[in-house]
Design a protein around this ligand. Structure first.
Ligand code: CP3
Length: 347
């Protein structure tokens, strides 16, 4: 018996897959699995008064983290928080406009980073959430922490909100690369400390969300995505030799192989626009990948959903694979379709 076949029934199948083993059973979780499509989430959010109130209430955030595990038995639980808690801890104000999205002030397009007053203690409730989830999580469930990648977080810090094609931030980076480097470095340094604290408090692996990496030219992608991501991963692994990192450069497309080779990520998340057959051919052999069902296929359900699932599973059959969506689950996703998906992957 080889070493790898001996380990096909590990206590945490998702973690084993992220570490490069191909398990008998395909592990799965869904990005944004704790959220508005769940009635129990909406009830608790209404009770607490809002999304950020939930995030800052460790007991409530731990409860929300566990809701989808209880309901669906996913292999992974993702910490309930947001990528924008890092700008908040760097000293920006953070709030959510109903029906619109996040707002950060003062925005760095016209305010110096150096004039912000850091408030790192704003991350303390999130670390307390990690401790509470850790104490309550089933032994076979992998606990995932996360942070945004510096580029994606910077796009919100500079524009003060979500922005079309991240144009304001891309202009800023060309106009004043020295100032932009200071922003990226500040985010990267706090992200290292924050993820390190998450690991110490009990997460098994962490995911770096780079939702807007798709808007960068290849040279800018090297500079603002690959380099800071590599720095975060290298430093984290120096501090925690067993740290496991999933990189998710959404929209990176043809730049995925470079990202995989150069960042040191243990696993790569694919968004739904990536052909999994191409990904299997183009990414280093044996590198675990995660993804990549179109969240809209999950809403559609039926035969389209079945076919899409089969294509993904078949394309990635010869490498470690974590089944997931290509992006976050949408609020209008029918719960019955999630149940059908889980039954299908388990079956
Ligand atoms: O995956 C999970 O379930 C864990 C929690 C999580 C949230 N946000 C909770 C959330 C994670 C991992 C995120 C990541 C995040 N947040 C990203 C990267 C991933 C992606 O979706 O591209 C980004 C860009 C953000 C910033 C953010 N947070 C935006 C733009 C918004 C508003 C849009 C929206 O979906 O409402 C949020 C709010 C947010 N973050 C909600 C949740 C559950 C919805 C808040 C609510 O209940 O109204």
């Amino acid at each position: 018996m080889t070493n790898s076949t001996m380990q096909t029934h590990p206590t945490k199948p998702l973690l084993a897959t992220l570490k490069g083993q191909r398990a008998d059973r395909l592990p799965m979780w869904l990005m944004r699995q704790a959220g508005r499509y769940l009635p129990e989430y909406r009830a608790l959010r209404a009770d607490k008064g809002g999304f950020l109130e939930l995030v800052h209430d460790s007991a409530a955030a731990a409860e929300v983290t566990l809701q989808p595990i209880r309901r669906f038995g996913f292999d992974g639980a993702i910490l309930f928080s947001d990528i924008l808690v890092v700008p908040h801890a760097l000293g920006q104000d953070l709030w959510f406009e109903a029906g619109e999205g996040p707002r950060l002030a003062p925005k760095l397009v016209d305010h110096l980073l150096e004039n912000l007053v850091p408030a790192h203690a704003r991350l303390d409730p999130v670390i307390e959430t990690v401790r509470q989830v850790k104490a309550a999580l089933p032994a076979q469930t992998t606990f995932l922490g996360f942070a945004g990648s510096p580029w994606t977080v910077a796009t919100y810090m500079v524009a003060g909100q979500g922005s079309r094609e991240q144009a304001e931030t891309r202009r800023f980076a060309y106009r004043d690369p020295a100032a932009f480097t200071r922003i990226i470095d500040a985010i990267a340094d706090l992200t290292i400390a924050y993820l390190s604290d998450q690991i110490t408090a009990g997460v098994d692996a962490v995911q770096l969300f780079d939702s807007w990496s798709g808007s960068l030219s290849p040279a800018q992608f090297e500079r603002w995505v690959i380099a800071p991501t590599a720095k975060i991963i290298t430093t984290l692994k120096a501090r925690h030799p067993d740290a496991v990192v999933i990189g998710f450069p959404k929209g990176a497309g043809g730049k995925l192989p470079a990202y995989a080779r150069e960042t040191g990520a243990d696993a790569i998340g694919l968004d739904e626009t990536v052909d999994p057959v191409w990904a299997h051919k183009s990414l280093p052999s044996g590198l675990p990948v995660q993804g990549n069902l179109d969240p809209l296929a999950l809403i559609a359900g039926g035969e389209m959903l079945d076919t899409a699932i089969t294509q993904i599973i078949d394309a990635l059959a010869d490498r470690p694979h974590v089944f997931n969506l290509g992006h976050g689950i949408l609020p209008d996703t029918p719960i019955a379709h999630v149940e059908a998906l889980v039954a299908r992957i388990r079956g």
